[in-house]
Design a binder for this molecule. Structure first.
Ligand SMILES: [Zn+2]
Length: 118
C-alpha cells in the first residue's frame, strides 16, 4: 500500500480571494446589543451603530421575546391555545346553549303534561 502523504499539499494561503472580507466600501461600525428573555437567556445581536435598536428581540436560544432590561424582561407569550376564545370554548358555549334549550324544552314539556293532566 502506497503512502498518500504526498497527496496532502500545503494550504493555499493567499490563493482564493476572501469571500467574506472586503466586499467593497468601508466596514460599517457595529456593536453587540444585549437582550434578555424571561428565561434569563442573553442574546447579543449585532447592530450597525447607525441602525435603530429595537426594544425587543427574539431570544437566540428559546425564541421568546427578549428586552433590553435584564431585571424586567418582557413576559413570555401565552402558550398556544390560550387565546380568549378557542374553538373548544366556542363548542362548549354552543353545547351550553343547546343544553339550556333542551332543559327548557323539557321544562315546557313537563309544564304542558301537568296542565294536560288537569
Ligand atoms: Zn431565551
Amino acid at each position: 500500500m502506497k503512502s498518500r502523504g504526498s497527496v496532502l499539499r500545503g494550504g493555499r494561503i493567499g490563493g482564493a480571494p476572501g469571500a467574506e472580507v472586503d466586499r467593497g466600501g468601508a466596514i460599517e461600525p457595529r456593536r453587540p446589543v444585549p437582550y434578555w428573555c424571561s428565561a434569563g437567556h442573553e442574546s447579543r445581536p449585532v447592530f450597525a451603530t447607525t441602525a435603530e435598536i429595537p426594544d425587543s428581540w427574539p431570544c437566540d436560544r428559546c425564541g421568546r421575546p427578549a428586552g433590553r432590561s435584564e431585571e424586567a424582561p418582557p413576559p413570555p407569550p401565552p402558550p398556544l391555545g390560550a387565546s380568549p376564545k378557542t374553538p373548544w370554548e366556542f363548542l362548549m358555549m354552543r353545547r351550553t346553549i343547546e343544553d339550556g334549550e333542551k332543559l327548557l324544552d323539557e321544562a315546557l314539556a313537563k309544564l304542558r303534561a301537568s296542565r294536560e293532566r288537569r
